[in-house]
Each structure stands twice: as C-alpha cells, then as structure tokens.
Write a protein that binds this ligand. Structure first.
Ligand code: PHB
Length: 389
C-alpha cells in the first residue's frame, strides 16, 4: 500500500507556490457553539447569556476580529451526565471553533474535561465550578463570570461584620452550592462567626418545607443560601411565606435575587446579597449596555446577560489580536489571558487561572432592583488552588 497519494509535478508546484495567506477556513465564518440550559430551572439564565453574547457581536456588525460569527446551539438541560456527549456533538458533528457554556457547574466540569482533551477553546459565561479554574485549568479554558467561592466569601465577610455569630446554610447539593457555602464559611469564620448547620437538598428540588421548619426550630442568627433561577424564586417566596423573613435575616450569593425580582415581588424586599454586578452602578459602559439590551430584547439585562456580553468581548479581543486567524492559537490565548474587559460590571482582568479579578458588590433589594450599596470585597481574585499552567 502506498503511504502518500501520487501527485503530479504540476500539483506539487502549485502547492509549493501557494502564498502564505490565511486559508479559507481562517477568513470564512467562525462557528460558535452555545451549550446552555434552554429548559429547566436555569432556562432564563441560558437565554440571557445568549442574548448578551449576540448583542456584543451585533453591535460589531455580526463580526469579531473581522470574522463573521455563526451559531449553533444545544440545550444541556443542566444535566451533568449528558455534558460530555453534548459538547462532543458540538465539536465533532457541528465542527464549532469555540464552545460558549454553560450555567451549571457539574455540566461545566464535564465540558472542561473534553475541552482540555480536544484542545477546543471553551469560554464559560457562568458556571462557577472552582475546579475549572483550579486543578482543571488550561490555556484554552476561560471564564467571564466568577468562581462560586467569590460571592460566597464576600457574604461571609459581610455577615461577620454585621455581628452575626451563628449561621445556618441551605443550598442544592452540588458543586455550586457546596463551593458557595465553602466561600461563605471561609469569610465568616475569619471574622469570628460559626456555621452551625449546613442544610442541603438535591438539585433542582424545591421542596423546602421540612428544611425551613428545621431553620425555624434552630433559630440561628442568620441564614446564608445559594439558589438561582426558578429555584431561587421559589425559595425566597417560601422563606417569606413561612414568616422567617421577619425573624431570621436571609443572606445570599446574588443569584438569589438576580433576574428573579419580577417573580419574587414583595417576598424579596430588603434582601442583602453579594455579586459582581448590580443596579445603580456608575459605570459608563453599564449605561450604554443597558440601553442597548433593553432596545434589543424589550427587557432589562441581569448578571447573566452581562457575563454573556463579556464572553463575546473576550473572544473579540483574542480574535482581533490575531486578525481573525483562529489557527494562531498561542497568540489568541495570550491576548485573551491579558485582556482588560470593558464590562458593564466595571472593567476587569483575568487572574493567571483565567478567572475574573473583580469587585464583589453588596446589594439590597429595593423594588425591582438589586441596589448596589457598597463594595463587599475589592478586586478579589479566586485563589485558583491547584491550577498550574
Ligand atoms: C453553577 O452551577 O455554577 C451556578 C448556577 C447558577 C448560578 C450560579 C452558579 O446562578
């Protein structure tokens, strides 16, 4: 058997004479694969991320770094067990250049493993799994959102400063909940507080009643929680319906009240949360972003929309640095790692583990807004433990 096909002398000459310009694949469309939840408790979050991403690209005439962007999408259903198959479908069947996803930490860890093995560029526009910018970190994996540790830690600092001593926590039993509570505990214990009991239920269950009864009986100084999306709406309503909002202060990572206030109504009023975004920021980019988002989608953006917008910004910075030549991976990644992102949350850079270094705001729910009332922790990097690259 012949190892190489026979080439005519003419064909060889043609190949050798080919100019060193980018191939067609580097000047044609760039394919972005959205792997996001479009169903289930996190569906609204997935849609907001896609909206934000598309807004940034549309503001640039549908292009990043001179390359026209095309999209394919898959509903990951926030199901970790389907994560590897779903991302492999995008990479191998749809031939995407970049994967943008996802919301759920368990799914994101499955994605990061495949991204690392295949060398596919992965931009994470939400999921805060500590591992993906920790032990699983890689030159081709970037995050434009937060690590679960960041808002949790900030709220721990705040709860201690507010004089609370004994706190109970309640969350879904998976990476995001565990790590958010872990961050809270670290900040709270550093300030002299103590977590007396950690309550959990499986994701995405919303049968909170028995656990609320347990909180009422234990009478802690306060409660810290991580819930998001549809589950956050139900938790805040149930907490108030049980009358606990009158007696035991509820604190949360800001996802508890982001994109949810319309549905939570009165039950959320006065809640204090910590997050890297909020209402009433005096960031010029936030003003223009909000106006553009509202005009495009006839609704107000939330933190998820911001994270999607910033994922597109980050990719755009990388692509511009290589003039759209996606084959120049080392230069592309170098530019992305060094990016200063002009985010509506305030400009931020990435730590050496490719996670945002950012201010975490303290917010209070007032009407339909998460009003920023201070900075809980300033320019906070995720520790990035176990990341070597
Ligand atoms: C996560 O799973 O990491 C997660 C999900 C929803 C959020 C925040 C974090 O709002």
């Amino acid at each position: 058997m012949r190892k190489y096909p026979l080439l005519s002398a003419l064909a060889i000459a043609t190949v050798l004479a080919a100019p060193a310009t980018p191939t067609l694949a580097q000047t044609g469309k760039l394919k972005v694969g959205f792997m996001l939840p479009y169903s289930g408790t996190y569906a609204a979050l997935g849609n907001a991320i896609e909206n934000g991403f598309r807004l940034y690209v549309n503001e640039r005439g549908g292009k990043l770094g001179g390359r026209e962007i095309e999209y394919v999408k898959v509903d990951d259903e926030s199901q970790p067990a389907k994560g590897a198959d779903n991302i492999n479908t995008l990479i191998k069947r749809d031939n995407v250049d970049v994967v943008v996803g996802t919301v759920h930490s368990g799914v994101a860890m499955a994605m990061a493993k495949v991204a690392k093995e295949t060398g596919t560029l992965l931009v994470i526009p939400n999921a805060g799994a500590v591992a993906v910018t920790g032990p699983m970190c890689a030159t081709n994996i970037f995050r434009t959102s937060f690590s679960n540790w960041q808002p949790g830690y900030a709220m721990g600092v705040v709860a201690a400063e507010r004089g609370h001593k004994k706190v109970m926590t309640i969350t879904w039993k998976y990476a995001a909940g565990d790590e958010s509570v872990g961050g809270f505990k670290e900040g709270f214990e550093k300030g002299g507080g103590q977590v007396i009991k950690e309550l959990t239920l499986p994701f995405p269950n919303v049968e909170f009643q028995a656990l609320l009864t347990e909180i009422a009986a234990a009478k802690p100084d306060a409660v810290y929680t991580f819930f998001a999306g549809g589950g956050a709406v139900k938790f805040v309503k149930d907490y108030a319906a049980a009358g606990l909002n009158k007696t035991i202060p509820l604190y949360g990572a800001g996802f508890l009240t982001d994109g949810t206030l319309e549905a939570q109504g009165d039950s959320a009023q006065g809640l204090l949360t910590t997050l890297h975004y909020g209402d009433g920021l005096t960031v010029p980019k936030d003003k223009s972003f909000r106006a553009a988002y509202a005009a495009a989608y006839k609704m107000q953006p939330d933190v998820y929309a911001v994270q999607g917008y910033d994922a597109a910004q980050l990719l755009g910075i990388g692509l511009s640095a290589v003039k759209g030549d996606f084959s120049k991976k080392p230069d592309l990644y170098k530019a992305m790692a060094a990016a200063k992102i002009d985010s509506p949350r305030g400009a931020f850079t990435l730590g050496k583990n490719h996670n945002p270094v950012q201010d975490i705001y303290l917010r209070r729910v007032e009407g339909k807004e998460n009003k920023v009332i201070g900075v809980a922790v300033k320019a906070r990097a995720d520790p990035g433990s176990g990341c070597t690259m």
